[in-house]
Design a protein around this ligand. Structure first.
Ligand code: NDP
Length: 451
């Protein structure tokens, strides 16, 4: 007879902390998921017996490597690169690459862990992974970025493949960087395969991939509001970030009849009481993406807007909050301010933007709250559709993809409701997302035996 170790939650987390010293982001991500999973598996012997949660909290592998490149002045620069292959129980590893000076192994392990649940939620056959480097693209010339991307791929290529691990973009990695990395992969291997997603349309990319994460976060928000008989008309939103996710979330929010009050970057936030309309969003996209400008310059372009240096936007009164910049950007006090100001819904475009205290405050207030792993899954979902198009050597039309994205977000919402709706008038979407994602991956792992 098997000896079943029914370790309690605290005992489990002590073990995670001990095995992952100095990795606070990873420990935080596991903590948040395990809180919900412990309740769910309490009476489900097979998950205990097979140590499923313990196995899921240990990445399949973490690959760490040196990336050398030469800057424009001829100096040799050394960075560290990683690929975390977290879990491939339901499909090949899939998840973005992040270039940012704050990238550490802990950050990438947390992101790969979250990605595993998110990808499961989409209903598509994709496992979870994440990669990146502490390289800072800011202030680098295009040639420097190209040389870095090529050097990064010169090591990464041996660990990835269209049926093993398919990276995509993330913070600091957009279409340009994907192009440099895809070009290098093709050059080294001589193969033209769908090994990366987020590619340019000319060479196998998918329509609406760029827009998908931000649009998806707003579609998910609309699904949540619909459960209360509401929509976005006349609602105000506070949005953080001014990159890919933030600008497209703003765009869809405005298209669906809402008014966006703020955007931000790491320098602070801008507040435009008149509303950030489509032409202003277009200006932000052009200014930030193509000219690498700062959000504070918005106030020179559009009168009536104010810049608040070094601050996040959560204290501006609003109906809806969309954190779309980075992890741990919405803290306990911010969550209290949102609730006190009457905010009725939070939809996370970014990954883990709300810290644990903030999550507890929002959950206690019982407002609508979509965690990133559900709300921002539209990006990876369309990446999954890009993989399908690459395998089938075809390209779907924009309206077909828009409909698929909407259907996928609606499916994720339904899966969250299935496991998160405990009271007639309240759905705990965090719990729902965690359990639905866990169950799919866990059941596949059970089928494989002890591996
Ligand atoms: P971008 O690089 O396009 O934009 C990131 C934005 O966040 C920038 O405005 C940046 O400001 C800001 N930012 C970054 N770090 C900080 C910080 N420490 N404090 C305040 N602001 C910060 O990235 P994305 O829009 O692609 O990604 C945003 C979030 O969404 C990330 O959490 C990412 O993991 C998540 N996500 C992205 C997906 C995608 O498809 N792109 C898919 C799913 C999730 P600055 O310019 O000053 O650095």
């Amino acid at each position: 007879m098997a000896i079943i170790d029914h370790v309690d939650f605290n005992g489990f987390m002590e073990g995670v902390k001990r095995r992952n010293p100095y990795q606070p982001e990873f420990v935080q991500a596991v903590h948040e998921v395990a809180e919900d999973i412990f309740d769910f598996i309490e009476d489900k012997e097979q998950y205990h017996e097979q140590q499923i949660l313990r196995r899921m909290a240990e990445p399949d592998r973490v690959i760490s490597f040196r990336v050398c490149w030469e800057d424009d002045n001829g100096n040799i620069r050394v960075q560290r690169g990683w690929r975390v292959q977290n879990n491939n129980a339901i499909g090949p590893y899939k998840g973005g690459i992040r270039f940012h000076p704050a990238v550490t192994e802990s950050v990438l392990k947390f992101l790969a862990f979250e990605q595993t649940f998110k990808n499961a939620l989409t209903g598509l056959p994709m496992g979870g992974g994440k990669g990146g480097s502490n390289f800072n693209p800011k202030g680098k010339s295009v040639r420097e970025i190209m040389r870095f991307c090529q050097s990064f791929m010169t090591e990464l290529y041996r660990h990835i493949g269209a049926d093993t691990d398919i990276p995509a973009g993330d913070i600091g990695v957009g279409g340009r960087e994907i192009g440099f990395m895809f070009g290098q992969y093709k050059r080294i291997t001589g193969q033209f395969t769908g090994v990366l997603t987020g590619k340019g349309l000319e060479y196998g990319g998918s329509l609406i991939r760029t827009e998908a994460t931000g649009y998806g976060a707003v579609y998910f928000l609309s699904e949540m509001l619909a459960t209360k008989g509401e929509d976005l008309h006349g609602k105000t939103a506070v949005i953080s970030g001014s990159g890919n996710v933030a600008t497209h979330a703003a765009e869809k929010f405005v298209q669906l009849g809402g008014k966006v009050l703020t955007l931000s970057d790491s320098g602070g936030f801008i507040h435009d009481p008149a509303g950030i309309t489509q032409d202003k969003i277009d200006w932000v996209k052009a200014h930030k993406t193509h000219r690498r400008g700062r959000i504070e310059e918005y106030c020179e372009a559009f009168k009536g807007a104010e810049f608040h240096p070094g601050k996040t936007p959560w204290h501006v009164p609003c109906d809806i909050a969309l954190p779309c910049a980075t992890q741990n950007e919405l803290l306990g006090d911010d969550a209290r301010a949102l609730v006190a100001n009457g905010c009725s819904a939070v939809s996370e475009g970014a990954n883990m933007p709300t810290d644990l205290e903030g999550v507890h405050v929002i959950k206690a207030a019982k407002i609508l709250y979509a965690p990133g792993k559900a709300a921002n899954a539209g990006g990876v979902a369309v990446s999954g559709l890009e993989m399908s198009q690459n395998s089938g050597r075809r390209a779907w039309k924009e309206d077909e993809l828009q409909q698929m994205l909407k259907d996928i977000m609606s499916g994720i919402h339904a899966r969250c409701m299935e496991y998160g709706q405990r009271e007639a008038s309240y759905c705990d979407y965090v719990k729902g997302a965690n359990i639905a994602g866990f169950k799919k991956v866990a059941d596949a792992m059970l089928a494989f035996g002890v591996v």
